[in-house]
Every structure is written in structure tokens, then in C-alpha cells.
Ligand binder design. Structure first.
Ligand code: BG6
Length: 501
């Protein structure tokens, strides 16, 4: 990366915060549940520009007063009492404006244009809408002369459902915005512990010096969700866990663990390193698919001691669906750093509990001198927990205390619990960080076009291989840890999931 590029980025990142924020889909679930609370929290922490104005755009015929009532109601629902302070709330509500727009109708943008004409032209547009509307919104904003070089656009996932459709979306965005103006959200990148991976890896020589195939046996990334489909049947059944979770969140986590150190903490350096990882992912072709991939779908089971319906028995279910609600796979990265060290990714809906963890399984000593019956515990593990209860824990081996114990080993954690070590600091929601960074114009936490497309390319190829091989869909009861076949798959390669260790 050239010096001028990096200094441009640094000044952009430190540059002026946006003065105008326009939220499309402002009455939708994402806006009310996540974005309004995030904007309020930023305001409460005095991180917004003093003169920032927020234009809520939606198709409902409501007044600005009604909008403010709805937002106040939603903030009462989603923000703790200790954070909801009367003067911050009054200040925040004062920033809100409303414009009714039928998003596909060009003429409806006239009023928006007139309103925005009086606003500061450094506008961040946030599209909390289905991607099918991106084209219309961008085109109509362009025709209304509402896009300039200072504008930014934030878009949500999914960016397409495969490589071809993601290219179409990206091409459309590119007609109106330069890549440096486009902020593609993967909310996992806004999570505190994901950001902490950068500090953990690159500020601690202790870890970085051993962060490679010589010391690491395998890496496990597990994202277990306890929720089922929750009324998102129409979307999820077409997507499945591969496209809903692996293509974006899990691959982004994999990149953060696997990437080489960026030369600087700039968007270009970080994203260049992630792209190198994505390019180096080995395809999982038809020959490998049966031993490297397991698909599952939950059946009737128990969740929190209550009967829970299986996927096909959920309300509004497509009863002949073969969509995967669980996936486990073995990924291999063809680089010097990771040759021979697999990354196991696993994610499922309606699992026993919600846990997101990255586990680094270190190699055992090359020569083992302790009790042979304990050989299988003699591996250090670094457990990075993203949610719930953000923490980092290093499992070390010590001697059991007492005489008469000889040299019996035990595994103890060196534990860093962020709620305790930094108890004064509230852990911000991912969207607070992402909205703030978008307002600042810092792209580091957003996904570049080549990242999205490489991730789709890898996932598309795996999907093709599983269809050609007619890979079976394994059952697992709702409320369990997934199908037995996922344990069998990892065991075939001589490894184990952390919870089985
Ligand atoms: C979303 C997926 O991107 O991430 C959902 O579409 C999933 O299906 C959610 O439930 C998980 O996010 P989190 O932050 O709760 O782990």
C-alpha cells in the first residue's frame, strides 16, 4: 500500500463525523431494535456530531411526532434504565425527522431531496432494507442529485445469495458510489471480542510468535445459536446456514484468526490480509465433501425443558424443506502459516445454548514424559469467547497439589473475564461501533467487495459439491449440540470439538 493511500485513510478515519444520517427502512425491525438504540447510545456517550440530523425514511404515513413516539417506545424496550437518561433522550429525539417515501417510486424522492437540500451535504445513507431495493434507492437518490463525493452508503447483508447475484448488487452500488464510499456490514466485525482479536494477536508477541502450523494443531470456530427461525421462514429457508452464517460471519472470524499481521491498522492493510486468506482457502470438492462437511436439520426436541418443534414443524414451515439449519466443515488454508492446520467451522440453529467461541488447540509436546493415561489432556487451548460473557481463557497444565499425587496433571484456566477486568465499561453492541465507524468514514470494520465475492466463490463451490454428491441431511434434536455425524467427521481427522474434550 502506498504511503499516500494510508495517510488518506488515516485522515478519513480521523476526519469529520457525518453531519447527516439518512436511514431507509427506518420502521423495520433492524432499525428499531438495533440502529435507533445504537444511535441513542452514541449520542448519550457524546460521540455524535453536535449538529447531526437523522432522517428516518419509510413508506408509512406517519408524522415526525409519531416517529418520535415509536422510537421512544423502542428505546424503552431495548435500553437499560441506567442508560436511558431524560436529557440524552430529549436531545436524541430532537435530531429525528421523518420522510415518507415509497422506495421504488422516483417521484417520492422529491420531498426527500427538498428536505435534504437544507442539510449538511456530508450524508451517510444507511439501507436497512432488503437488498432487492438497493438499486432503486441508489438510482433515485442519484436522480434527485442527493449523492456527492462526501456521501457514504451502508448496506446490510445478505449481499446476494451466490457469487453471480452478489456481483449484480455490487455492480449496482458501483454505478453510484466509489468503493471508498461503500460500507458493507458484517455485524460480527463490530463485536468487542472480534476487535480484541487484533489486539490479542498483534499486541502480544507471546501469541503471535506461536500463531502458526508449527504450534497450532487445529482451530475451531463454533457459533451455536439457541434461536430457531423466529418468523424469518421466508428468508431463511432459501438461504440455509451456509449462506446465512458461514459465507459472512464465520468466514470473517476465520480471516481474523488466520490473517497475517497487517502492516498498519488501516482499512486497506487489514482487508488486504483478509483477502489473502480467502484466496488461499482450498476448495472442498466432491472427493472431499463426505469427509469434510456435515449438514443437519433440527427435529422435534426439548429446549429449556420445554418441547420444541423441529424445523419442518415450525409455524409456516415448508414441510418438505431440505434446508440445512446446521453445518460443520473442515477448511484448509494453503499458506506457509497454516499448511496442515485445519480450521473446523460449525454453526447451527436451535442448539442447546447460544455460544460463540474460537478455540485454538495447540499441539502437544513432541516428547511426552507424564502419565500416559493423561496424554490426551496435555494440549494447551486458548478459548476466545465472543458471546455470551466475553472472555479469553488459556488452559494450562499444572500439577495436582499434594503429596502422594506424584506428577499427576490437571488443566486450569488462566482466565480473563472482560466484565470483571473492565467492569466500568459497558460492552457496546456491535451496531454502535459500526454506525460510529461509518459516520467517521473508517472502512476497517466493513467488508470490501473482493472479500464478499471470494467468500461467495468458496461457498458456491462447496454447495455445488454437496449437491452433486447428494450429501445427506442429518437429524439433530432441537436443543442438542448438533448431529453425531459432526463429531464423527472431526474424529476421522484425529481431532475433537472442544466440548467433547
Ligand atoms: C444474522 C443471521 O446475520 O446473524 C441470523 O441472519 C443470526 O440468522 C444472527 O441469528 C446471529 O447474530 P448474533 O449476533 O446473535 O450472533
Amino acid at each position: 500500500m502506498s504511503d499516500s493511500n494510508s495517510s488518506d485513510e488515516q485522515s478519513a478515519a480521523q476526519g469529520l463525523l457525518s453531519h447527516s444520517f439518512v436511514l431507509f427502512g427506518a420502521l423495520g425491525d433492524l432499525s428499531l431494535r438495533k440502529l435507533m438504540p445504537a444511535l441513542y447510545q452514541l449520542d448519550h456517550a457524546q460521540l455524535l456530531n453536535e449538529d447531526l440530523k437523522i432522517m428516518a425514511v419509510a413508506r408509512s404515513a406517519i408524522s415526525a411526532g409519531e416517529l418520535k413516539q415509536r422510537v421512544e417506545h423502542t428505546l424503552n424496550q431495548y435500553i437499560g434504565e441506567d442508560q436511558l437518561n431524560a436529557s440524552s433522550l430529549a436531545r436524541f429525539l430532537k435530531r429525528l425527522y421523518y420522510c415518507q417515501v415509497e422506495l421504488t417510486q422516483a417521484r417520492d424522492y422529491d420531498e426527500l431531496k427538498q428536505k435534504l437540500a437544507l442539510w449538511h451535504p456530508q450524508i451517510t445513507y444507511y439501507l436497512a432494507t432488503p437488498p432487492s431495493l438497493y438499486k432503486d434507492i441508489c438510482q433515485h437518490l442519484h436522480q434527485a442529485n442527493a449523492i456527492n463525493q462526501q456521501s457514504r452508503i451502508v448496506v446490510e447483508k445478505p449481499i446476494g445469495h451466490d457469487l453471480a447475484s452478489s456481483k449484480l448488487i455490487n455492480d449496482k452500488l458501483a454505478l453510484y458510489f466509489d468503493e471508498s464510499q461503500i460500507f458493507r456490514i458484517d455485524h460480527y466485525l463490530g463485536k468487542e471480542t472480534v476487535q480484541n482479536l487484533i489486539a490479542l494477536r498483534f499486541a502480544n508477541p507471546l501469541f503471535e510468535s506461536q500463531w502458526n502450523h508449527q504450534y497450532i494443531d487445529y482451530v475451531e470456530i463454533s457459533v451455536a445459536e439457541d434461536v430457531g427461525i423466529e418468523g424469518r421462514w421466508g428468508y431463511f429457508d432459501k438461504a440455509g446456514q451456509m449462506r446465512d452464517m458461514v459465507q459472512n460471519h464465520l468466514l470473517q472470524l476465520l480471516c481474523m484468526v488466520a490473517m497475517d499481521p497487517p502492516s498498519q491498522l488501516t482499512a486497506t492493510s487489514i482487508r488486504d490480509e483478509k483477502v489473502k486468506v480467502l484466496r488461499s482457502l482450498k476448495p472442498i470438492d466432491q472427493d472431499k465433501i463426505a469427509t469434510q462437511l456435515v449438514l443437519g436439520q433440527y427435529t422435534d426436541g426439548q429446549f429449556q425443558h420445554q418441547p420444541a418443534p423441529g424445523y419442518l414443524n415450525e409455524a409456516d414451515a415448508n414441510t418438505s424443506s431440505s434446508t440445512e439449519t446446521f453445518i460443520a466443515l473442515r477448511a484448509e488454508i494453503a499458506t506457509w502459516r497454516w499448511a496442515g492446520t485445519p480450521f473446523y467451522l460449525r454453526t447451527g440453529k436451535r442448539m442447546a445454548s447460544k455460544v460463540t467461541e474460537i478455540i485454538i488447540h495447540y499441539k502437544p509436546n513432541s516428547h511426552y514424559i507424564f502419565d500416559p493415561s493423561q496424554a490426551d489432556i496435555a494440549q494447551n487451548k486458548l478459548i476466545i469467547r465472543l458471546q455470551p460473557y466475553e472472555s479469553i481463557s488459556l488452559q494450562v497444565l499444572t500439577k495436582e497439589q499434594g503429596i502422594g499425587k506424584n506428577m499427576r496433571l490437571r488443566r486450569d484456566p488462566l482466565h480473563l473475564d472482560f466484565a470483571q477486568t473492565q467492569s466500568q465499561a459497558r460492552i457496546p453492541d456491535a451496531y454502535e461501533r459500526l454506525v460510529l465507524e461509518a459516520l467517521k468514514g473508517n472502512q476497517s470494520l466493513f467488508v470490501r467487495r473482493d472479500e464478499v465475492e471470494l467468500a461467495w466463490q468458496w461457498c458456491d463451490q462447496i454447495r455445488q459439491a454437496w449437491f452433486s454428491a447428494e450429501l445427506p441431511l442429518e437429524d439433530y434434536p432441537a436443543g442438542s449440540n448438533g448431529p453425531q455425524q459432526a463429531c464423527d467427521m472431526i474424529k476421522t481427522h484425529g481431532h475433537r470439538w472442544y466440548e467433547d474434550c
